[in-house]
Design a protein around this ligand. Structure first.
Ligand code: ATP
Ligand code: MG
Length: 401
């Protein structure tokens, strides 16, 4: 099969392929972007596979960065774009069902494509639009099927993460796992225990954010892969409940975690340990905690100025969007209006500060100080008092000064 027109991202990368070819090497576009092009979807990263070895790639291009040279990957900078160029390779020594600790470089494309996970991820594309399809991936793409390249059982033994990737693609593409592939995942799900949480996290969050999340979650439960994911051993039913929620795509990762946690019914104090077990960043944990808290408020009543002040504009809107999963219509404009009309947006905008309170009261610093400031802050947001120095001091005088 031959594509008549390549997306602009590929057209811009053609000089990079040509340069490798002029030096006598083979070079192709490979990976997810070829799949996405065939699906008519927008592509993100353009990946290139070549017969050139890393040192040979580096000699050809003036600007390169070693990002994974032991795996054969060099980042090439060309006309403001970045391209991952990876030497054709096989992954021969697999230990413990994980990514191989060493790779062997090879000089043929076929060997490289053979080590890829699914037939729809194993295409190569020439700059003239020719698609190389050694495993009938085009038929699978047409039939919307995810099929492991080669023997599924062996392939999941080589690298168990592929099972999570399969489920992630179910969720992103709405494709079905081919019967033997699905069976092999179910039989091998326990191998996920060996996989690093960081790699699992990437696939799991992509799964939660997929447009076909419901199908992805069902496959995740049916194949039992969830059992060996951090904190999910007992979550089968919660995950199925999650899959039954309205099929609205989530906007971001924090929302995904917050909705999952809501469906799991985790208590507030269990949120951080759960996300830590998934190796989420501290920033992510903070964001999700806010969304979980905000959602619990929003499920009781519309967000009030104080809630929106506390959450901040973005998170208040994230919370408001989440209400759609509970059969209510998000009132994003109302949230925005409330936010914009808040008398202050942060404590820094308060007309008094600790220094003023100390001077006025003549008292020594202590816990009362932050309590007084918080009380003033709250009163301003609730419009009980204007954000003016004298009025605030009068407001605080009976209790604190
Ligand atoms: P995305 O659109 O999310 O980037 P992708 O298919 O490009 O999806 P990547 O993780 O970027 O996924 O990997 C690029 C390509 O490398 C894949 O299309 C596949 O051919 C191959 N690949 C990635 N991970 C594995 C793996 N664990 N086992 C085998 N092949 C893999
Ligand atoms: Mg990719």
């Amino acid at each position: 099969m031959k594509l008549t027109k390549l997306p602009i991202e590929y057209q811009e990368a053609i000089p990079v392929l040509k340069k490798l070819e002029c030096a006598g090497f083979d070079a192709y576009f490979v990976g997810g972007s070829v799949r996405d092009t065939l699906l008519g979807q927008k592509i993100h990263d353009v990946d290139i596979a070549t017969s050139a070895f890393p040192q040979e790639i580096k000699q050809l291009f003036p600007k390169t960065i070693d990002i994974g040279i032991e795996h054969g990957t060099v980042l090439v900078l060309h006309e403001g774009e970045q391209y991952e160029i990876t030497t054709f390779r096989t992954e021969s020594t697999y230990q413990d069902y994980r990514r191989p600790d060493s790779v062997s470089f090879v000089r043929t494309l076929a060997e490289d494509l053979k080590r890829r996970d699914f037939t729809i991820n194993a295409f190569a594309l020439k700059e003239d639009g020719e698609i190389i399809d050694l495993f009938d991936g085009l038929a699978d793409l047409e039939n919307r099927i995810l099929r492991a390249v080669g023997q599924p059982y062996e392939r999941f033994h080589e690298d168990a993460l592929r099972m999570m990737r399969g489920i992630r693609f179910v969720s992103q593409l709405g494709f079905q796992l081919e019967a033997e592939t699905a069976k092999a995942i179910q039989e091998n799900h326990a191998l996920l225990e060996k996989i690093s949480v960081e790699r699992m996290n990437v696939e799991f969050t992509k799964m939660l954010l997929g447009n076909y999340r419901s199908a992805g979650l069902k496959a995740f439960v049916e194949t039992q892969c969830y059992i060996y994911c951090p904190g999910l051993r007992e979550a089968g039913e919660a995950l199925l409940r999650f899959s039954d929620l309205p099929a609205i795509p989530l906007s971001n990762e924090s929302q995904a975690w917050a909705l999952l946690i809501n469906q799991m019914g985790l208590s507030e104090k269990d949120v951080a340990p759960f996300l830590k077990a998934w190796k989420c960043s501290n920033q992510m944990i903070k964001n999700v905690q806010k969304l979980v808290y905000g959602l619990s408020l929003r499920l009781e009543h519309p967000l009030e100025p104080l809630d929106i002040y506390y959450l901040g504009k973005e998170k208040a809107q994230d919370v408001e969007e989440l209400i759609a999963y509970f059969h209510e219509i998000p009132q994003l404009e109302t949230v925005e209006e409330i936010y914009e009309s808040l008398p202050i947006k942060s404590m820094r905008e308060l007309a008094i500060d600790g220094k003023v309170l100390l001077m006025t009261s003549g008292k020594t610093p202590g816990k009362w100080l932050s309590e007084a400031l918080e009380s003033a802050e709250k009163a301003v947001i609730q419009e009980k008092v204007a954000n003016e120095r004298e009025q605030l001091l009068a407001y605080l005088s009976t209790e604190y000064l």
